[in-house]
Design a binder for this molecule. Structure first.
Ligand code: SF4
Length: 332
């Protein structure tokens, strides 16, 4: 059976796991094309007007897959860390898509919640495998293969500080080298400029949405640090410095990374926050970041809000000005 996975939202977090899992069950995984003008246009046409840009783009990826697959994979994600939640838009995603796009193939929309404990992940896998008609024995075997592969992928990503950039038509898991950024992420050193890039993975790693932000920084000789290459224990240590606990996992990762770098004396030349216009969690996280940074006043901070109307020229101008500032500070 051909299972369609949209190259958007959760793809940037869990694709290696799900691809391995579905293939171990004997299915073919079909990925939508990298985000492009047509995908954005279709997303704008079908998604509700007040959705954020990543959700609109997600709808475009569904349209891209409709004719190519037997079933669509749109999990209903509630929680990806015990005691925390993810943005409610992820929870409503299967319903949003069903009510907005006609003539869809069947949808696998099992719940994923590890709010109580991590057993939620295996329950999620069991529910998907059962819906696809597999035995418990095969589902468990596929789950173990996928977990092992995913854990080693995450370890490799952190230990080698590899940024997960999408690289065109190939899926990133066909070979590790096609998935990770082709531009060298410079090593932390005296002469390297280090920039902490904050944002949701589906914004910063989608080249179309982010207007190639990572590549642009790396071409300027900047080492880009994102929450995905910071060890989880460091993010947790940073997040503990907040007076009140943040219950959104993605927001916690952003805040925890910032606090960790600011409070542990790590060499940083600048911080960029790429946020989605109209995103509730981003507006609160952005406010917390600005408060923290205005207290320290040590690191230049650039906040860029993106939506479907964002133009690349204005984006580039702001980025160039920011790079001039951090280079000037380093020279002086
Ligand atoms: S966290 Fe923000 S950008 Fe992400 S899906 Fe929710 S509203 Fe959209």
């Amino acid at each position: 059976m051909r299972i369609g996975v949209p190259r958007a939202l959760f793809y940037y977090m869990y694709y290696p796991f799900w691809k391995t899992f579905f293939e171990a069950l004997g299915h073919e995984v079909i990925l939508s094309s990298p985000t492009n003008k047509k995908i954005l246009k279709d997303g704008l046409e079908f998604a509700v007007d007040d959705a954020c840009l990543p959700v609109k783009v997600f709808h475009g990826h569904i349209v891209d897959l409709i004719e190519k697959v037997d079933v669509l994979f749109i999990p209903r994600i509630i929680s990806i860390e015990p005691g925390e939640f993810i943005c409610p838009k992820f929870l409503g995603l299967p319903d949003m898509v069903k009510s907005s796009i006609p003539d869809l193939p069947p949808i696998i929309d099992s719940n994923l919640s590890v709010y109580k404990n991590r057993k939620g992940l295996i329950e999620h896998a069991k529910s998907i495998g059962t819906d696809l008609g597999h035995s418990s024995k095969l589902i468990l075997k596929a789950y173990k293969i996928a977990s092992t592969k995913f854990n080693s992928y995450k370890k490799f990503q952190i230990s080698h500080e590899k940024l997960p950039l999408d690289s065109g038509q190939k899926s990133f898991f066909d070979s590790n080298s096609s998935y990770f950024s082709r531009h060298k992420n410079k090593c932390l050193g005296e002469n390297t400029l280090n920039v902490l890039l904050l944002g949701h993975p589906y914004n910063i790693y989608d080249n179309y949405i982010s207007m190639n932000l990572i590549t642009k920084l790396q071409k300027n000789g900047i080492k880009v640090i994102t929450p995905e290459i910071i060890p989880v224990k460091n993010i947790s240590a940073g997040a503990k410095n907040l007076k009140k606990r943040l219950f959104w996992t993605l927001g916690k990762n952003i805040i925890g990374s910032t606090y960790y770098y600011m409070d542990c004396g790590k060499a940083l030349d600048g911080i960029i926050h790429l946020a989605s216009f109209g995103c509730g969690p981003d507006s609160i996280v952005g406010e917390l970041l600005e408060r923290k940074l205005s207290r320290n006043r040590l690191v230049p901070f650039l906040r860029i809000n993106i939506d479907e109307h964002s133009g690349e020229e204005g984006f580039n101008t702001r980025l160039e000005a920011f790079i001039d500032v951090i280079e000037g500070r380093r020279r002086n």
